[in-house]
Design a binder for this molecule. Sequence first.
Ligand code: ZN
Ligand code: ZN
Length: 285
Amino acid sequence: MYNNGWRWTFHLGFVQYRLPSAVSGPLRSFFGWAGNLLYPADCRVCSTPLVTFSRVPVCHLCLAESHPFEAEIFCKQCRTPFISRAPLDEEGCCSLCRLGLRGFDAAYSSGEYAGALRKLIHLFKYQAIYSLEKTLVDRLSDSLPRDQHYDLLTPVPMHWWRRLSRGRNHAEILARGLGRRTGIRFAEPLFRKKLTPSQAKVSRAERRRNVQGVFAVRRPVSVRGKRILLVDDVLTTGSTAGACAAALKKAGAAHVAVITIARVDRRDWVEPFVTDRGSKAATAS
Ligand SMILES: [Zn+2]
Ligand SMILES: [Zn+2]
């Protein structure tokens, strides 16, 4: 019975997810801990039996597993990896950065969206295992460049309706955690004007279209001249982060860097690049 994954999934989901939001902090942690005590479980990533009591239902090996994002050729600004140097100019910038269409000035992530890291993000985001927050904030904090200064950090915002139905914005949890860890001020100047369809399994062009004009800044004076760190869980094409950064820049932000736990390696995707007018369209392959 104890090794039955379905039972554990049901148990933890029921106890943690259905708790009212007023039940937070130590009390919420207690329920996670008590759940594990009552229902010893398998690691939710690799399925080996958990041998220590913890409110995190993942073994220490999976928590520590690291998938560095490896690429020999990448844009020096947005750090998008490429399989050849063709899309890069002499200074090492991709076409989107060169044309100023990327939106953000820099991008950092702790690893590739694969393996254990991908599963940890899924557990946190879709199965409400919020006890993973510390691990994920550690990853964000470790990938933050130490030689840069930021005035404030902000999450990619969720539309109020989606936020109401999901209960939480996972990017906000991560941004608040990173703010506490680093001392960088947390703020929410951005809001999402429209409810957009899910960005999963959508081409880069569609993603870009979906988020055009979707984000706006409440009080432009709050971001004017500021260096801002935009926090999200995963960077896929960068369209959503780019649209947020563009709104912040339009409101007067001086610099916007994106930080995510993981980044999707899209080098296998074949789709047209944005090019200068009149020049030939190239493809990613
Ligand atoms: Zn494991
Ligand atoms: Zn670039």
